[in-house]
Design a protein around this ligand. Structure first.
Ligand SMILES: Cc1cc2nc3c(=O)[nH]c(=O)nc-3n(C[C@H](O)[C@H](O)[C@H](O)COP(=O)(O)O)c2cc1C
Length: 235
């Protein structure tokens, strides 16, 4: 693996093994040209009939700050239930094994941060860090035109995954952030996103603060046998 920094190039496997959702970034800027290259790499993603339905709104500096300020203000003014995403990410009825996995990441994350179970103020504080893009200098919003079907959501997911890996391959880090979808009403006018585009999720992009405790989070994955089945293999 080459040293990370300008000119870093990781193999696909190295990028897959070292990508993680980073929740504390350094303020070090990322040049527009670098983001453009990452998006061009991600746009090599496959999509059904090559329709390439993804749309990305990229911002930094003052505009990024306006989004943060607008959402934090909305949260302060409340009520929180007023802000709902336009789509359901999760099942209406949680069940195993998903519920247990979801709880584990929450406990592990808050445990690292020293937040006790039931400490709602501290939990809310961490939630708010989402809206500061965890300190990342670059923010993005992914949108889809509303008349597109579920296949396009699949294509966008592939694109977002590829973008995270492309960034990692260049020594950068990301955090996909569905948390932004709740605040589409706040974000839409700031970024000038037309009404016929659904705000699917956001992403923070930048250089990880490797000293921050939150970035020590190690997420686990279910063993192969839990999600894959093989048939008719010789060996
Ligand atoms: C579409 C999507 C949306 C996500 N939204 C958030 C978010 O709003 N806030 C957050 O802290 N993490 C978010 N995550 C990160 C997940 O929690 C993370 O991917 C998962 O726990 C696995 O950890 P890893 O990415 O470090 O491997 C999101 C991930 C995905 C794929």
């Amino acid at each position: 693996m080459t040293t990370e920094g300008t000119g870093t190039r990781l193999s696909a496997e190295e990028a897959l093994l070292t990508r993680r959702s980073v929740r504390a970034f350094l303020p070090t800027p990322v040049a527009r040209g670098e983001v453009e290259e990452l998006l061009q790499l991600a746009a090599r993603s496959p999509s059904g009939s090559n329709i390439q339905p993804w749309k990305v709104h990229v911002f930094a500096g003052e505009l990024r700050q306006r989004i943060t300020d607008g959402i934090l203000r909305a949260l302060d003014e409340g009520p929180a239930q007023r802000y709902q995403r336009e789509w359901n990410y999760y099942p209406q009825q949680w069940r195993e094994p998903y519920l247990g996995r979801r709880r584990k990441i929450g406990w592990d994350l808050y445990g690292l941060l020293g937040v006790a179970k039931g400490d709602f103020a501290a939990t809310e504080q961490q939630r708010r860090r989402n809206y500061e893009f965890f300190g990342a200098p670059v923010g993005m919003m992914f949108t889809l035109e509303e008349d597109l079907e579920i296949g396009s959501w699949l294509d966008l997911g592939i694109f977002i995954g590829a973008l995270a890996l492309a960034a990692r391959g260049r020594g950068l880090d990301t955090c996909p952030q569905a948390a932004f979808a709740d605040f589409h009403e706040v974000i839409r006018p700031i970024l000038g996103i037309p009404d016929n585009q659904i705000i699917i999720c956001g992403m923070a992009l930048g250089h990880a603060d490797t000293d921050h405790v939150v970035n020590r989070l190690q997420t686990q994955r279910a063993p192969l046998a839990e999600f894959a089945s093989f048939s008719s293999f010789e060996s």
